[in-house]
Every structure is written in C-alpha cells, then in structure tokens.
Design a protein around this ligand. Structure first.
Ligand code: AMP
Length: 282
C-alpha cells in the first residue's frame, strides 16, 4: 500500500490506476480505525479494482468546545490495518495540505434543510465542515464510488444530497453499522468511555430496538415514545441530546410513513455517542 500525504502525489498515483482502466472506490475516515471502518474497505475491495482510503481529522467539523485536540490519532496502526485489508493507497494529508489558507476558507459547502436539526442543531457548523471536506476529498480523488457508514445517518443524507445537487459523478454507497457483541455501535469515540460507562453504553442500542418493537407492535405516538425513551436514558445516567423517530428521509414522521429511522445522540460523561435504527413497517 502506498501512503501519500500530498494532493499532487495521490492524484499522480490515481492517474496511473485510471490509465490502466481500473475502477476506483474511496473510503474517507478520520482514522483510529476499527472493524466498522475496515468493513467499508473490504466492501470497497469487492466493488472496485482499486481502493483509496483517507485518514484526516478534519478541524472544520469540530466545534470550539469539541474534541478535535484529543481525537485519537493512530496513523501507524491505521496504515497497517488498511494494508491488511487490501487498500491500495492511504491518503493522509495534514491540515495545511487540505486548508493552505487556514481553516477559514472563503468557499464552503452548505447543505440547507437536513442539516438544521438533530446533530446539526447541537453542533452548529459541523455539517458545513463535513460537506466541505467531503467535497474537497471527492474532487481530489474523483472516485467512481465512495462508501460511508449508516452509523452516521444524517451525515450520509447530507453527502447524498450534496453529491446529487453539485453533480459530482461519484456513486455513494451506504454500509450497515458494525456493532460490538453487546450492540454498541463501533466508534472511535468509544475509547473515551470509562469501564463503567462502557458497560452502560449498549443501553442506547437496546433503547433503539425497544422503540422499534413498540412501533412494529402498532404504537404510533412517536413524540411520546421518543420522550419516554429519552427520560429512561437520562434516568440511567445518560444526558440525551435527542431521541427522535423520523421518516427515512429525515422529514418528520407521519402515520402514513412506512420507512422510519430512530435516531439517538446522548452524552455518557463527556463522550457524545450517536446511533440509529432504520426499518420498514411493511
Ligand atoms: P469516522 O472515522 O468516524 O469519520 O468514520 C469514517 C466512516 O466510517 C464514515 O463513513 C462512518 O459512517 C463509517 N463508520 C464509522 N463507524 C462505523 C460503524 N460502526 N459501522 C459502519 N461504518 C462506520
């Protein structure tokens, strides 16, 4: 596996693959890779001739009081895991390479509407940071396809929207959430949890599955269900940011919607965890 730190370097390596007629799949990450990330790479390997992954802790998607400084950076072990998974190129730029004029680019990508609630409401500017860096990465790599995790459900919706509306010729592929045996969604932020917190964390997924069962058994008062679930999590030591039941396209859910998603964001101590469960009533 080649490791490229510069835009010029990764473009040159990709031109060779393209000239050889290879299809290119791209898996962007912030590193500290776990088996959820690697599942994306393995899936990319099955779909394309050539796989590029990136590791870049993007400063512009972190708020001022968030964990940018402490976010785990483990590039050497990430590179080993990617090489083992059969990744062809790791693109690992530094912040200067991606933002030569500093964080405050004159040009940003803002996706209106779907960024204005859920994580967008509690993390102002987050999705503009995500949309901008993903657009830059897609322009640098110009892949045929890019793979993203359903774990970041709203992020995936934002990326689908920007790719469609900005006419970016990349196919966006969603990969199901990888979980620990006890149901906790794998996340680089799980490493922040104390052992007590880690023992409690699976309650988020249990809450999602309980809500799903209640809905599947006919309950339709989504606001009350979500409110009760949020109170329960808070009684158990979480501080919920939101628990919401929405239509799969993230519009408010109505009784006529049959494709639904339940989304949770909750703090456990200082760690903010997110998870979701999408399902169909049909
Ligand atoms: P991150 O490094 O957290 O920015 O994640 C990079 C990519 O991996 C994103 O597309 C995430 O949605 C995806 N991802 C993160 N955790 C998981 C997981 N547990 N299962 C599947 N995909 C994941």
């Amino acid at each position: 596996m080649k490791i490229e730190n510069s835009i010029q370097g990764v473009r040159a390596a990709l031109n060779q693959a393209r000239k050889a007629g290879k299809s290119i799949a791209f898996v962007p990450t912030m590193g500290n890779l776990h088996s959820g990330h690697i599942a994306l790479v393995l899936n990319a390997k099955r779909r394309a001739d050539f796989v590029v992954s990136s590791v870049f802790v993007n400063p512009t998607q972190f708020g001022v009081n968030e964990d940018f400084a402490s976010y785990p950076r483990t590039l050497d072990s990430d590179a080993n895991l990617l090489a083992e998974a059969g990744c062809d190129i790791l693109f690992a730029p530094n912040a200067e390479e991606m933002y030569p004029d500093g964080r405050q680019q004159a040009t940003t990508v803002q996706v209106a509407g779907i960024t204005e609630f859920l994580c967008g409401a509690s993390r102002p500017g987050h999705f503009t940071g995500v949309a901008t860096v993903v657009t830059k990465l897609l322009n640098i790599i110009q892949p045929d396809m890019a793979l993203f995790g359903e774990k970041d459900y709203q992020q995936l919706a934002v990326i689908r929207r920007l790719v469609t509306e900005l006419c970016i010729p990349t196919n966006i592929i969603a990969i199901p959430t990888h979980r620990a045996d006890d149901g906790l969604a794998l996340s680089s932020r799980n490493g922040y949890l104390s052992s007590d917190e880690r023992a409690k964390a699976p309650l988020i997924y249990q809450t999602l599955t309980q809500l799903q069962s209640a809905i599947l058994s006919g309950q339709r008062d989504y606001a009350s269900l979500a409110h009760a679930a949020s109170s329960h999590l808070n009684k158990c030591g979480f501080q919920t940011d939101y628990v919401e039941i929405r239509a799969a396209n993230l519009d408010s859910a109505t009784e006529s919607d049959s494709d639904l998603v339940i989304l949770v964001a909750a703090y456990l101590g200082k760690t903010r965890l997110i998870d979701n469960l999408a399902f169909s009533l049909a």
